[in-house]
Structure formats: structure tokens, C-alpha cells
Design a protein around this ligand. Structure first.
Ligand SMILES: [Zn+2]
Length: 749
């Protein structure tokens, strides 16, 4: 829903109101009509700005803060890529990615227009003096007639005051003093424009949390905008952000809290969309608050009034339509629990439903676990921590403040954006290791891991001691045998179990894992699956950590999805751990693993759901020794004939080809059937072979290289074959292979 504000307020009134707003309470209501007028100025001449890199959303809650550019992914709540605010006599605008304040991102595009507008808007001057902090915009701004100068050294009053506007890459603005100098500069009338990639802060800062360790973010708190560590905008389909003057006022968390409060007191009821929008805005804003800054949380709790958050289950999910207030409360609770520090955490009422608890007679153990710093990712400990129980941990000094963390729970998908919740929307947590002894607890409980940062490589196995958790069924290929699994591990009482080899770790409910009698055979099979895809895609040498596959009662998107971990539904857990002559894990698993093996050089637009399936089919061939065409009904010989007819009939062949993955897959199947798997293998390996020339860098080059490399490898001219399927390639690529003999598979003419 969009709200229209017909009136507008001129800039002097805006500034006047802001002076009063600076010290106002969080929930104060500002007249809303001024927002559209401000956005209009910032978005003049801008139709859309491109998605640069992987941006994240910024949080908004200040009385005079508002979204500037936003998107609602897949019809979900709107999130702001950029937000602006007035503060004192000055103005500020922030972007959820540093590229929006860097020459490479803004040159020659609409992101540049927005930046130039923001310079004028925030300074109130046509020719302001612009200071640049850790950005390379001097040349770009001079080209646009602006005087710009680099600020060297730290940001402080004397360096800021030389300028009307300061533009900063804020990634490293962790110093509280610098943040406060910026805030004072804005308050006194300065303009400030900054960008940073919040979700990357933990990596760029060596494991610190954005909400607690970023000086600029902390200083922005009274202004009511902030960078967040949310990775929002994750949908690769989102290529650009449309510029819209009208954006929902509920994108501002203070507005959202006010609307919820009105509803709680019997006033206007929010629609499902409005509630979703409100919860999203509030959750983003709360996540951005540093520890100890609780005014927003308190306002939310007051707005919600009394009531329970409910216990979502697959049988009785909490839906937006029926349980909106419970969802808001639960969503707030999980947000707050995520940020709770130390061991002072009570079990959440829904923890028993998911992820479950070990019975009270399960013995709590002391256990020492060896952690190999050469293997990044989550190192399993074979321990389960019950909700609310304190876990004492002792680590060697080399692990402290080096990016290591203790992770409780592997169900990392969050469900905030979904219309229905079968479990609480966020149940796992990760606590940085910042001292040699620490105590950690989780309101939901979960399997216990040590997170090893990617850069930790080198060094000996480190011993980590745990006390307070219970043992979980955990099979490791090569370490354990079937007898131990069947006689000892199956007696352990944790609700979740893991089966591991050096290439993949499977996590599923213990009751499902306990049906496995042959873990050695099962994990030998899974090891071969990963190794097959690693080898054919030429990634065996790159593998540093095992893949992970985790079953969950609800996942964030799709039936299964790729990533770390690959997430699958609990209903598919049995399939994951069943391996016999007749039954074995099927297509979906190899499809998702194929995604994790996809690389840009052999995956152009339209093949994102295709090249991974070719890698999946290879598992049927190589590991299962079965006909890959048995893997999915949409690639049966009959289905392939239909796909061929579809392309024959199509007027725009490539449009059809790239929008229907199984049609496109037929092309690849014909290549594999025509030239064998070895040609596909050589094609994937060719990208590491410089005799094939440079690696393609855009889609046109990728399609050209698909033709050229496959033709050279097979010693056949595949131009006609590509033409038949409608895959566009350049005449230069065609002429490169024109001397080879032509090739077409049977039945295509
Ligand atoms: Zn897929």
C-alpha cells in the first residue's frame, strides 16, 4: 500500500522543524507530507539506480528520517537502500553499499545523478566545497564542476569544517570520536553522505559487530538512521532500484511502532501488508541499536501491550492473516534474543517445539574438541546445548579476537519475510570469541559449533574445552565405525544429529538419523558425490571446507536452497540419509550442490537453473552409475522432444530458451550425448587453461566462449547447433570455428 501526501513543505520549514526534532523522543510524530518533497529533490532526473555489488538495507526510525531509494523483494516488505535525515541545521544521507559513494559505482550512471543531487540537497548550495573521506570521487566531481578535496587523517572538527559536504566510505569509521565529530558537523549545518556494506563489517573488522563497534553508526543513533548488517536485497533478480517519490511511511520504525500502538489501543487495524512492513522496519531498526540503547525496544513492547507470542509449529503455523500481533511480538523477541549478551538468556517458550530439547536425564558433559584452523566454516563439536543452559568454553589464546565464534544452532534461515511461520523466525546465534573463557547461552538451543574464519589458515589443531552441553549423535567417516554408531551414538538423547565426512556434513533430526544402520556406506557415497562435482568442475583444489546440508521445518525460500548450509525440508531428511541399491538421495540434492559448484564463466543469464543440473546429472552417471535421464521427469526422452518442438515453434527462440530451464537443459543433454561427459569436463576445465584465451567476463563473451571452447574441444563446428537453439553468438566467434566440420545431433533439422 502506498500513502500519498499531496502537500509539500519548503526547505526552510523543514530545517526549522528539524531543530526541534534533534532532541525529541523516539516516537514523536512529524508531519508526513514533507517526505515526498524531499525525495523529489533527491531523485530529480533519476528513474532507477543500479544494484551495485551486494548492498544491504539501512534502518530508519528518526522523526525526521526517511527512505530515499527502496525495493520490495518478491513483493515482500520495502527496505531502504538509501535513507536520509535532517538533524539540527544539517542533513545526512546513507547508502547500504560503499559503491554508491565511489567513482567506479557512480560514474556515468544514475547513481551519480543521485549523488550529485544529494550534494546539493545536503549543502543547500549549488557549488559547495566537498570533502572526500576514503573515496576516490575527486575526478568525478571535478568533471561535474564541483570543488572536491581528499581529507587525510582522521575526521575531526577542524578537518570537517573546511567543507559544506563530506562524502565518506564509512566501512572503517569505527572510532567513536570520529563519529561524534561527524554528528556535530551535521548538527551545525554540514551535509554528510556515506556508504558502507554493513553485512561485510564483521569480516572487515575482524569479527566485530556492527551494532556495537562502529563509531559512525553509534553517532547516528540520535538522528535515527543506521547501517545494518542485514544482507537483504539477496535476490539476484533484483538488478535495479526504481526511483519512487511515494514510499510507505511505515518504512520508518517509529511510524510503525506508533501504528501498532494505535491498533493495540483499539484504533485503526493494520492490514497484513502494513503489519509486515511495520515488523520489517522495526526489526531492522532494533537490530541496528547498540547494546544498552533500549528505547526502541521499550517502545515496541509498550506498543504491543500484554499478550503472548505464540508457539508456531508446522501443524499450527503463525500466519500474517490470523496471528499478526503474535508474529510481531515473536519477531521482536527473536530480534532481542539475538542481541542478548552473555549467558543470561531464558529458554524461549517455542524452543521445545523447535529445535527441540534434550530430556533432563541426558547427562551434561565436559568435552575437549580439536579444531583445525585450516578448515574454515562451522566445525562440529558433537555437542547439543539445551535452550537457556549456560555453556562454558575455554579456548587457547590464539583464538581470541581472531574472528572465531561459538555458534549455537545450524538453522540459520530467517523467516521474517514469510507470510506463515512454522517455527520462530530466527533460532540460531553466533557469539564472537573475545576472551579465553566465555559462557554462552541460547534461548532456542541447538548443536554447538566453532566457527573458523576463512583467513585462519595455518597452525596446529586447537583444543577447545566445553562444559554444560549434552552429547549428540555424530558420525564421522574414518573416525567412527558402524558398530559404534549403532551401539553408542544412537543412545544419545540430543534432538538433532550429524553425519559427516571430509567433504560434507549432513544434519537432520536425531530420530531420522537413528534409522541409518550403515553410516559408513552412506557417507562414502556422499563423499563421492561432492568429489564428483568438485572434479568435473575443476574445483577439487579449491575446496577448503566441507559442504553442509541442514534439514529444517521451514526454510527462507524455495523447496530447497543452495548456500552454506544448503537447506532442505525436514520431510526430505529421510531421503538425504537413505542409501541402498533401490533408494538414494535424488535430484534436488545434486541440483543444490550443483548451484554451489556453479561458476560465472560457464553460467550466463538463463542458465542459472541449468548448468547446476548438468553437474547434478553427472552424479547419476559417475557415482550412482545410472542413466541421468532417470533423475527428473522433465528430461525424459519424451519431455526432451517437447522442448525441441517448443523451440521449433517459438518466434523468439532465445527468450523461450532462457526462461525455461528444462528447455535449455536439453541443449546441454544433446552435447553430453553427442560428445560424452569428457567434453563437458574439458569445457569446465578450459577456464583454467590459458591456451583457450582469457576467461569471459560478460554474458556475450560467455556465450561466445561456450561455442568456441566446446567446438575446439569436440573438434566440430557447433555454430549451426547454437543457431538452431537460438543461443546468440557473435560472428567473430563463429568464424573462429568455421574451419571445423559442422555438427548437428540427430532429429534437430
Ligand atoms: Zn535451483
Amino acid at each position: 500500500m502506498r500513502v500519498r501526501y499531496p502537500e509539500s513543505m519548503n526547505i526552510s520549514t523543514f530545517v526549522f522543524v528539524l531543530i526541534f526534532a534533534a532532541s525529541g523522543p523516539v516516537i514523536a510524530q512529524a508531519p508526513m507530507n514533507w517526505q515526498n518533497a524531499e525525495r523529489e529533490k533527491l531523485l530529480a532526473g533519476v528513474e532507477a539506480i543500479p544494484r551495485l555489488g551486494s548492498p544491504g538495507p539501512v534502518a530508519i526510525w528518526g522523526t525526521f528520517a526517511f527512505p530515499v531509494i527502496a525495493a520490495a523483494e518478491g513483493g515482500k516488505a520495502e527496505m531502504a537502500l538509501a535513507a536520509a535525515a535532517g538533524f539540527g541545521k544539517g542533513k545526512v544521507l546513507i547508502f547500504g553499499h560503499n559503491s554508491y559513494v565511489e567513482a567506479g559505482g557512480v560514474s556515468g550512471g544514475s547513481a551519480g545523478t543521485l549523488l550529485l543531487n544529494a550534494i546539493t540537497w545536503s549543502s543547500g548550495k549549488q557549488k559547495p566545497r566537498v570533502g572526500l573521506f576514503k573515496t576516490d570521487l575527486v575526478g568525478y566531481l571535478e568533471k561535474h564542476g564541483l570543488r572536491a578535496k581528499k581529507i587525510t587523517g582522521e575526521l575531526k572538527k577542524s578537518s570537517l569544517n573546511d567543507f559544506d559536504v563530506v562524502i565518506a566510505n564509512a566501512q572503517s569509521l569505527t572510532d567513536v570520536k570520529e563519529g561524534e565529530a561527524v554528528r556535530d558537523f551535521i548538527k551545525a549545518g554540514g551535509g554528510f553522505i556515506a556508504g558502507m556494506t554493513g553485512w561485510a563489517f564483521e569480516q572487515t573488522s575482524g569479527g566485530k559487530s556492527l551494532a556495537s563497534a562502529h563509531g559512525l553508526n553509534a553517532a547516528l543513533m540520535p538522528i535515527g538512521i543506521a547501517f545494518t548488517d542485514s544482507s537483504g536485497f539477496g535476490n539476484a533478480q533484483l538488478r535495479e532500484f526504481k526511483a519512487r517519490t511515494d514510499l510507505p511511511k511505515l518504512m520508518n520504525a517509529a511510524e510503525a511502532i506508533s501504528a501498532i500502538s494505535t491498533q493495540s489501543k483499539g484504533g485503526a487495524t493494520l492490514s497484513a501488508d502494513d503489519l509486515n512492513q511495520s515488523a520489517s522496519a522495526i526489526q531492522l531498526a532494533i537490530a541496528a541499536q547498540p547494546p544498552g540503547r533500549t528505547s526502541l525496544q521499550a517502545a515496541v513492547m509498550a506498543a504491543l501491550g500484554d499478550g503472548a507470542s505464540g508457539v508456531p509449529t508446522p501443524k499450527a503455523p503463525l500466519t500474517q492473516a490470523k496471528s499478526a500481533p503474535e508474529r510481531i511480538r515473536l519477531g521482536m523477541e527473536t530480534r532481542l534474543l539475538k542481541m542478548a549478551s552473555g549467558a543470561d538468556v531464558k529458554p524461549h517458550p517455542s524452543a521445545g517445539a523447535f529445535p527441540g530439547v534434550a530430556p533432563s536425564d541426558a547427562p551434561k558433559v565436559m568435552k575437549e574438541v580439536g579444531i583445525d584452523p585450516n578448515i574454515p566454516g562451522w566445525a562440529s563439536t558433537g555437542l547439543w546445548l539445551n535452550a537457556g543452559d549456560p555453556l562454558s568454553i575455554k579456548v587457547p589464546a590464539e583464538m581470541v579476537e581472531k574472528g572465531f565464534a561459538i555458534r549455537i544452532g545450524c538453522h540459520t534461515d530467517t523467516l521474517y519475510h514469510l507470510e506463515s511461520w512454522s517455527r520462530a523466525p530466527d533460532v540460531s546465534r553466533s557469539v564472537p570469541i573475545d576472551s579465553a573463557t566465555l559462557t554462552v547461552a541460547s534461548a532456542f538451543g541447538g548443536l554447538v559449533y566453532v566457527e573458523v574464519p576463512g583467513r585462519a589458515a595455518g597452525g596446529e589443531v586447537m583444543k577447545v574445552a566445553f562444559a554444560g552441553a549434552v552429547e549428540a549423535p555424530f558420525f564421522v567417516l574414518g573416525r567412527d565405525d558402524d558398530a559404534r554408531w549403532n551401539n553408542v551414538s544412537k543412545k544419545l538423547k540430543a534432538p538433532w544429529a550429524e553425519l559427516a565426512c571430509d567433504k560434507v556434513v549432513l544434519c537432520c533430526p536425531a530420530e531420522v538419523a537413528k534409522r541409518v544402520a550403515n553410516p559408513t556406506q552412506l557417507m562414502t557415497f556422499w563423499k563421492a558425490v561432492i568429489e564428483a562435482q568438485d572434479e568435473i568442475s575443476n574445483q577439487a583444489g579449491e575446496r577448503r571446507r566441507p559442504e553442509r546440508i541442514v534439514a529444517d521445518v521451514q526454510i527462507s525460500a524455495g523447496y530447497m536452497h543452495s548456500g552454506y548450509p544448503i537447506m532442505v525440508p525436514v520431510s526430505a531428511a529421510e531421503e538425504m540419509v537413505t542409501f541402498s541399491k533401490l533408494k538414494f538421495p535424488g535430484w534436488g540434492y545434486y541440483h543444490e550442490l550443483g548451484h554451489n559448484h556453479q561458476r560465472g564463466e560457464f553460467t550466463f543469464e538463463g542458465t542459472g537453473e541449468v548448468t547446476n543440473n548438468v553437474l547434478g546429472m553427472w552424479v547419476y552417471q559417475k557415482v550412482l552409475n545410472k542413466d541421468p535421464l532417470l533423475g527428473h521427469p522433465a528430461i525424459s526422452p519424451a519431455a526432451q522432444k517437447e522442448h525441441i518442438q517448443k523451440i521449433k515453434r517459438a518466434s523468439g527462440k532465445f527468450a523461450v530458451w532462457k526462461s525455461e530451464p528444462f528447455v535449455a537443459l536439453t541443449t546441454y543433454i544433446q552435447l553430453v550425448e553427442g560428445f560424452g561427459w569428457e567434453a563437458w569436463r574439458k569445457y569446465l576445465h578450459s577456464f583454467a587453461d590459458s591456451s583457450f584465451g582469457p576467461v569471459p567476463s560478460n554474458d556475450d563473451e560467455k556465450r561466445d566462449q561456450f561455442l568456441v571452447r566446446y567446438s575446439k574441444i569436440t573438434n566440430k563446428n557447433l555454430s549451426e547447433f547454437f543457431d538452431w537453439w537460438g543461443i546468440p553468438v557473435s560472428s567473430a566467434a563463429k568464424s573462429e570455428v568455421s574451419r571445423l566440420d559442422k555438427w548437428m545431433p540427430k532429429g534437430l533439422h
